[in-house]
Design a protein around this ligand. Structure first.
Ligand code: SAJ
Length: 439
């Protein structure tokens, strides 16, 4: 693998086949490696020096076998912790996180920092593309002024700014950075054309040109808000059907036999990840600043944010059936990552469940095969040994293979299936108090 040392970078002239990718996480690294595979020289840039050192050594900052395979083969890529390679690139793509603060207010700090870093090395003729998920207005009112002020260049004249919201779906075996459809918007026609041509040159997905950069920004927050409200819908059904004695999963599967106008979502112990529980707040806050209250989106967020609490209530109900309470009871939480078979635990509901159990006096053990850093035990068996109750918070394949006997033999009395991923009837037949989410 070739690394460009400092002196070669200085001699590298801007060519139309050199791109810089700022932010080498779940979004930026797959994109950087894809561009490299498609014939670009790629300057990978990230402020995390440890991540850069790891990448230079061929290591990944996160678990992804496909990305690891591409990294091992990449030849025309450099990794740098400073922004100077921006000056050597014709296209600069920013893929940094867009989290929310504790109070759910969007936090644009990473976007602002990346924009400042890019602006310091911005050259005439370059195209800057923001892939980070932002609410409408951020490109034109936050990114663009920083780029112009620091570089002294003018958007639409000296450089171009576009937005192509990322659509990375960690763990997805079908849709990936190379084949997913994209939308792109820009501040000017040349920028739109160049950005659309770039993505058309590296992906097989359809590239939809949006009329404005705001429309492109709106697409991503809308598609993820759509998912959040649909999850909230089935989560509310789960709470209702628990009282009605109806298995909501069976009903959803029944509704899903309708081949049109229904899209199945499933209830669970909460909504995690860096997208779904975050993106709606970007739209909610932006609309609020412009005089509109998204009551429905906000309600969906409240419903989903309350699912960890509902899950702990399900456990409390189950313990009551065996004359126990949470206080002083040993509970094993299986699963920390926010979705199956990945190691990403950002915004994971598991953390809320664990915190709530501890606040109510339970003795909590944690095991996640993908997240040893947050695990107190090193295996399912050791986590279950002596546990009276279990909460399955992530539907990892390893957990789906567990049989009722795996719990009975360890003395487990109550199982809360936070992802409805276990065979309910078999657990009930084995004499375990089974509590699903809506079943
Ligand atoms: N979840 C439910 N019920 C569902 C679906 C998800 O409770 O029916 C929960 C999951 O357990 C998880 C959270 O919601 O905790 C998010 O799950 P997700 O499958 O939406 O996973 P993400 O966060 O990786 O979402 C990504 C998003 N992709 C991008 O933003 C580019 C989202 O737009 C996709 O719709 C989603 O993947 C997907 O479809 O898999």
């Amino acid at each position: 693998m070739l690394y460009i040392t400092d002196n070669i970078m200085r001699n590298t002239t801007i060519t139309n086949k050199t791109v810089a990718v700022v932010g080498l996480g779940y979004v930026g690294l797959p994109l950087a490696l894809l561009a490299e595979r498609k014939g670009f020289f790629v300057h990978g840039i990230d402020i995390d020096t440890k991540k850069i050192e790891k990448l230079r050594g061929g290591g990944l900052p996160f678990l992804d076998h496909e990305v690891a395979r591409h990294l091992a083969k990449a030849e025309n890529i450099s990794f740098s912790a400073d922004f100077s390679p921006v000056a050597e690139s014709s296209i600069v793509i920013v893929c940094v996180p867009t989290p929310v603060r504790e109070n759910h207010i969007p936090d644009l700090t990473p976007v602002i920092g990346a924009s400042e870093g890019v602006a310091a090395h911005l050259k005439k003729g370059q195209l800057v593309i923001l892939e980070s998920t932002v609410n409408p207005g951020v490109c034109e009112s936050v990114v663009l002024p920083i780029l112009e002020k620091i570089s002294g260049l003018r958007a639409g004249i000296d450089f171009h700014l576009a937005h192509c919201p990322e659509r990375i779906n960690p763990g997805d075996k079908k849709w990936n950075v190379e084949n997913i459809n994209r939308v792109v918007g820009a501040t000017d026609a040349e920028g739109l054309q160049r950005a659309a041509s770039f993505y058309e040159s590296i992906t097989t997905g359809a590239i939809k040109r949006m009329s404005t950069i705001k429309a492109a920004e709106a697409v991503k927050v809308v598609e993820n808000s759509f998912r959040d409200i649909n999850i909230a819908f089935v989560n509310e059904l789960a709470r209702s059907f628990t009282k009605l004695g109806i298995d909501v999963v069976e009903v959803i599967d029944g509704a899903a036999t309708k081949p049109f106008a229904f899209m199945a979502h499933y209830p669970g112990c909460g909504v995690g990840g860096h997208c779904i529980p975050v993106d709606p707040y970007y739209l909610i806050e932006y609309a609020k600043k412009n005089g509109f209250e998204h009551d429905f989106l906000a309600l969906a967020r409240r419903i989903n944010n309350d699912m960890p609490h509902f899950t702990v209530e399900r456990l409390s109900d189950g313990l009551n059936e065996v004359m126990r309470s949470l206080k002083g009871t040993t509970v094993a939480v299986l699963g920390v990552s926010y979705k199956p078979d990945i190691d990403d635990c950002r915004e994971s509901p598991s953390f809320d469940i664990i915190r709530s159990l501890k606040e109510r006096g339970a003795d909590v053990r944690v095991f996640d095969p993908f997240v040893p850093a947050h695990s107190t035990h090193a295996s399912v068996e050791s986590a279950l040994d002596g546990a009276v109750a279990v909460v399955v918070a992530t539907g990892h394949s390893l957990f789906k293979e567990l049989t009722p006997n795996d719990f009975v033999k360890q003395g487990v009395k109550v199982v809360v299936d936070g992802r409805n991923c276990l065979p309910k009837e078999k657990f009930i037949e084995a004499g375990i108090i089974y509590k699903g989410i809506g079943r």
